[in-house]
Design a protein around this ligand. Structure first.
Ligand SMILES: Nc1ncnc2c1ncn2[C@@H]1O[C@H](COP(=O)(O)OP(=O)(O)O)[C@@H](O)[C@H]1O
Ligand SMILES: [Mg+2]
Length: 352
């Protein structure tokens, strides 16, 4: 059981349409006392959103108590964690104990990983939800539960109901309001905002400003973030700590990405970009011809050129070099880009 201070700052960073929509919904339902179920993969910010509901609601001056259900597998322990017990009510109950419903009186109880709640605790929780009362184990007095319940899960509760590991009537009550947090990979460019947010925080804490190299950002651009925001924070923190200078390179965090299993999916553009820098084909066969054949769009070519220029620190001459074209082809190369308006915005051809 963890208690949060009433003034704990909650920052939820993101501008993607799906996140903005969810935050709007959270703002509306914060004022009510009915249960909320938050679903989402691990690390998507379920607990942060629950804490935000607390801060936005009228219970903000009262406690926010967070309970992790699976840590207490055995029946009595979970029940006691939630509702408390009287001394001697079961083996090991050597003294009276307050449960989180009592600690949180007037506030919010956050039940994390609700899908792991055992059956006896499910029965008691259902009773509390139905009549607003609870009874500590071994106690003969019934107490009023003046709390808002916010539950979270990363598991498909419907499936658990089907497998008879979760009570359908409990699920029905818990999901009075439903907030579905999308995985980070479905949140447009939020990952970039989050990286800046983390770098700012680290700068503030350690006094040194650092940022990611273009290569490093490119590596992360196609990364599916299986561990979502929690993983992103870990990667930025590792990269920041291990970078030698002010620039964080892929080598400073690459092992964390490989550790998390699924390798980033390589897109067609990634593949072409990689080939341009190797011996396997040149610009004229990999980009020029496909563009004329309409196999590559203007937008795609611009994107390739923009990425190349980032690596070439903004110089078209260095880009030619990077893409293994002889300097004598500079005119032809630039002529092609200009003629088809393929020069990306934000990069000026600095050479005469
Ligand atoms: N949108 C966000 N903006 C800033 N920090 C976030 C955001 N979402 C999650 N976090 C941070 O990421 C970490 C994991 O979030 P958490 O709420 O514990 O996820 P979950 O409960 O879904 O596993 C926490 O440190 C949290 O503060
Ligand atoms: Mg969590």
């Amino acid at each position: 059981m963890r208690r949060w201070g009433a003034n704990q700052a909650i920052e939820i960073v993101g501008r993607s349409s799906r996140l903005v929509e969810i935050l709007g919904k959270a703002r509306k339902i914060a004022a009510y006392d009915d249960p909320v179920l938050i679903t989402g993969e691990s690390g998507t910010g379920k607990e942060s959103l629950a804490a935000a509901l607390h801060v936005l609601g009228r219970r903000r001056e009262r406690p926010f108590v967070s309970v992790n259900c699976p840590q207490y597998q055995e029946g009595n322990l979970t029940v006691s964690e939630l509702f408390g017990h009287r001394k001697g009510s079961f083996t090991g109950a050597v003294s009276d104990r307050k449960g989180c419903f009592e600690t949180a009186q007037g506030g919010v109880v956050f039940l994390d990983e609700i899908g792991d709640l055992n059956m006896s605790a499910q029965v008691m929780l259902l009773r509390t939800l139905a009549n607003g009362e609870f009874q500590p184990l071994g106690s003969d007095t019934v107490r009023k539960a003046d709390v808002r319940i916010v539950a979270a899960t990363n598991r498909a509760l419907n499936q658990l109901v089907f497998e008879q590991h979760f009570r359908n009537d409990l699920l029905f009550r818990l999901r009075h309001f439903l907030l579905e947090l999308p995985p980070l990979r479905h949140r447009e460019d939020d990952w970039l905002l989050l990286i800046d947010y983390c770098l700012d925080r680290l700068h503030h804490r350690h006094g040194v400003a650092k940022h990611f190299s273009p290569n490093a950002l490119r590596l992360l651009e196609s990364y599916p973030w299986p561990g979502n925001v929690r993983e992103l924070i870990g990667i930025v923190t590792t990269g920041y700590a291990l970078a030698d200078g002010a620039i964080i390179q892929p080598r400073d965090f690459a092992d964390r990405i490989e550790l998390s299993g699924s390798a980033p999916a390589e897109t067609d553009l990634d593949r072409i970009g990689r080939k341009l820098q190797s011996q396997s084909g040149d610009f004229w066969t990999l980009v020029h011809q496909p563009f004329l054949d309409r196999d590559l769009s203007r937008r795609e070519v611009r994107r390739l050129v923009a990425r190349g220029l980032r690596d070439a620190r903004g110089s078209y001459r260095r880009l030619l070099d990077l893409w293994r074209l002889p300097a004598t082809e500079y005119k032809r190369f630039m002529g092609f880009l200009r003629h088809h308006r393929l020069q990306p915005d934000g990069f000026r051809d600095r050479e005469p």
